[in-house]
Design a protein around this ligand. Structure first.
Ligand SMILES: NC(=O)C1=CN([C@@H]2O[C@H](COP(=O)(O)OP(=O)(O)OC[C@H]3O[C@@H](n4cnc5c(N)ncnc54)[C@H](O)[C@@H]3O)[C@@H](O)[C@H]2O)C=CC1
Ligand SMILES: C[N+](C)(C)CC(=O)CC(=O)[O-]
Length: 323
């Protein structure tokens, strides 16, 4: 990593944030930043983007009110611009959440770099591309970082921050501090890993779920119930390592590994990803539709939002209202 200068204002002094791409994640970021009292500009090329974005923010607002809005926070502080250049012209931080396509990310990040005031950090929401692969066309790649959120960004605290080979170390430190000030829970990585940390873990679970559905070994409902009625209850407040240390009783992780470690070699898991063919795709879609039953997308979003808030409240993690 290089050492080019960081953003022109301190993370604590940021007032204006630009969100580029306003779908599920970009819209979620907009809701989060508005609730934290920032002025937000947003740009998305889709013709119906503004209407969809305002609908998403309005749907998220009741949950955000429960979490506690920052002083002055308002949905009215959102400006949807006609062009990308207008969105970033006065931004003090930029969050990019465009589709997960490498070529698109490369050219968009270069375009953002050209249009954003010098020194302002630009973060990508990418789910797994290393920044090294995305920053290749930018004139100032030093200010490009990954800030990987979790859906919905307005409720799930975690952001994984990591730079690429050409990212300035200061830009990584600046963005980690900024997300912290903006109410997120930050893991700063000192090296690039495909999928970062959490998605690498999630992908392992997901790969096995797809294998089981593809082979008719479990239904979508079995898989979801196995987590919500089982390990998921523990994972909300204690990670998989400490949870398994308790599986060793008073002997802790040492006994757990001595006892169960050899079974790691047994063929429980399949390390290759399954072929995501039409049959498997349809089985997953049908299973999810069956699991959703009469509940609409909006019903499920409201149910998920309330569930996350209840868990945050129950585990004493409801954030403060100040930035
Ligand atoms: N959906 C998820 O659960 C998560 C997604 N992400 C990441 O967030 C990013 C966005 O994903 P989603 O919001 O799920 O996708 P999405 O499909 O919901 O939204 C993408 C938005 O980008 C817009 N767009 C298309 N071309 C664009 C361009 N050239 N410039 C700016 N915007 C453009 C689209 O009109 C759309 O509104 C991806 O990098 C994805 O990997 C990260 C964490 C979770
Ligand atoms: C499905 N996904 C890989 C895009 C998910 C994420 O990147 C994080 C999340 O929200 O779980």
């Amino acid at each position: 990593m290089t050492n080019t200068p960081p953003a022109p204002c301190a993370p604590e002094d940021v007032r204006r944030v630009a969100c580029i791409g306003a779908g599920v994640i970009g819209g979620g970021w907009v809701a989060h930043f508005l609730a934290r009292g920032y002025d937000v500009t947003a740009w998305d090329p889709a013709p119906d983007a503004e209407e969809k974005l305002r609908r998403l923010v309005a749907a998220a607002w009741p949950a955000l009110e429960q979490l506690g809005l920052a002083e002055g926070a308002s949905q009215d502080r959102l400006t949807v611009t006609a062009t990308l250049a207008e969105a970033v012209a006065d931004a003090q931080f930029v969050q990019e959440s465009a589709p997960e396509k490498l070529e698109l990310k490369r050219s968009l990040l270069a375009e953002l770099d050209a249009a954003t005031p010098p020194g302002v950090v630009i973060a990508s929401s990418t789910s797994g591309y290393p920044m090294t692969d995305m920053q290749t066309e930018a004139t100032d790649p030093g200010r490009l970082v990954v800030g990987h959120p979790f859906n919905p960004p307005y409720l799930i605290p975690l952001v994984e921050v990591v730079g690429g080979e050409s990212t300035a170390a200061d830009a990584v430190a600046w963005s980690s501090r900024f997300y912290d000030v903006a109410g997120k829970s930050v893991i700063t990585m000192d090296r690039e890993l495909p999928g970062f940390i959490a998605n690498r873990l999630q992908e392992a679970l997901w790969r096995e779920a797809l294998h089981m559905v593809a082979n008719g070994e479990a239904t979508v409902k079995d898989i979801d119930d196995s987590i919500t009625e089982g390990p998921g209850l523990r994972w909300a407040f204690m990670g998989p390592c400490l949870t398994f240390a308790l599986a060793g009783g008073e002997g802790g992780m040492g006994h757990m590994l001595d006892h169960f470690g050899p079974s790691l070699k047994s063929p429980w898991t399949r390390l290759e990803a399954p072929e995501l063919d039409r049959k498997l795709r349809d089985a997953m879609v049908d299973g999810c539709e069956e699991a959703a039953g009469e509940r609409t997308y909006a019903d499920l979003v409201a149910e998920r939002d309330q569930g996350v808030i209840d868990v945050l409240r129950a585990t004493g993690r409801l954030g403060g209202t100040a930035r």
